[in-house]
Design a protein. Structure first.
Length: 153
């Protein structure tokens, strides 16, 4: 019973996060950048660049959440240590690795015009978090691969 409840709560959390990321991707960030342009604090080209970069970044988050959903499904039925589950772990890793690039690009776009270091510090922290997560996922995948090979051999 408690085990099922944990899976239900985990799925609710993933769905909620997916909805929040989608809302940010479609409404919040584009609206914020458009508002900044109306205030003449950024140019049109910068608004477009920021909107595209953040939208792609949110897309990587959506891919990661969907991969986590699939991994959770395999875990629930006791198939975590399988090739199929490993494929979704690799998708999660690729999404995290790709997402690491976006804070770096945003940093390069924002830094020349930044008058407050807050956004730059946040981008550095998020980029470092994603980089660390990518490293830990790659280590986890190696361990799972070795366990799968051990059980097959």
């Amino acid at each position: 019973m408690l085990r099922d409840l944990r899976f239900i709560v985990a799925r609710l959390a993933l769905v909620t996060l997916f909805a929040i990321i989608t809302m940010l991707q479609i409404f919040s960030f584009p609206g914020q950048f458009a508002h900044m342009r109306k205030l003449n604090s950024i140019d049109l080209i910068l608004e477009i660049i920021l909107t595209v970069l953040v939208a792609v970044w949110m897309l990587f988050g959506q891919i990661a959440l969907f991969s986590l959903w699939k991994i959770l499904s395999f875990t629930k039925v006791g198939m975590f240590f399988t090739q199929v589950s490993l494929r979704w772990l690799r998708n999660l890793l690729r999404a995290c690795q790709a997402a690491v690039v976006i804070p770096v690009l945003l940093f390069l776009v924002i830094a020349p015009q930044a008058d407050d270091p807050g956004a730059l510090v946040m981008l550095t922290a998020v980029g470092l978090f994603l980089f660390t997560l990518s490293l830990l996922l790659s280590i986890l995948i190696e361990q799972i691969e070795s366990k799968i090979l051990e059980t097959l051999g």
